[in-house]
Ligand binder design. Sequence first.
Ligand SMILES: [Zn+2]
Ligand SMILES: [Zn+2]
Length: 295
Amino acid sequence: MLDYHLHLWPHGVRDRAPTLEQVASYCRRAQEAGVTEIALTEHLFRFRQADGLLRGFWDDEPDAALRASMVRYWDDHAHADLDAYVECVIAAREAGLPVVLGLEVDYYRDRMDDVAALLAGYPFDVLLGSVHWIGVWRFDDLADPVSMDQWPVRGVERAWADYTTAMEELAASRTCDVLAHPDLVKVAGHRPHAPQEWWDRLAEAARSSGMAAELSSAGWRKPAAEQYPAAPLLERFVRAGVPLTTASDAHRLEEVADRAGELGALLDALEVDTLCGFRARRPRPVSRRSGARLP
Ligand SMILES: [Zn+2]
Ligand SMILES: [Zn+2]
């Protein structure tokens, strides 16, 4: 198994500089759970370099409360130094730890060329592409009343439609390698009457872009109360030949490799024995059980 989605800092905690010891402890915990390789994938928006590039992307939002909420969230997060993060993870990799250098990248409409240009200056192994926000609406920020108040205003059907469109645009931008938590829009537990169209479109977005998709245990820790993606969407990915990673989306050490065994059981049921690792943004098939590189 892999754990290809890991954060060093919980939300709300001001970023410390990452240390080799912290990365080593993540690797130890992962290996104890049968995970052969991890990717550190901190949010791009936690870094000052993203602030310089993207600050003000919320300016076109007409809703003043949503805009103010995003400014607060952004100012709370954009403090760490991307260079120090990259250097630390590379030092860990070079010390022989089973870790690769990644980042979790949000979708910023009309700004993905700028994002790609910034990231091209760093030696990333893997980039996760995520939609946590529809425009500036943080539909997954369960702790933010302004964001949660939007659910009844917009409605579940429109939220799923807008989310799916954003994921399609993110995939088509070819900025990233893996679609993270592919049906995150269910995070708060709201599901549409007929999700089949959205599942079909999400699977097609991955297939046509050549991206991998992530099987994540994080949904079990949320009101959604199941893995991302739902079983019918996971089946669609497998049928379409979309490569898969596995992930916990841990934001602290105790969550590293969370429920890796349960993710493995889902893959057993679909006879998936191969996962997709990455080096230098190139996919690399690996055995799910041994972690050995496959031809
Ligand atoms: Zn995420
Ligand atoms: Zn994440």
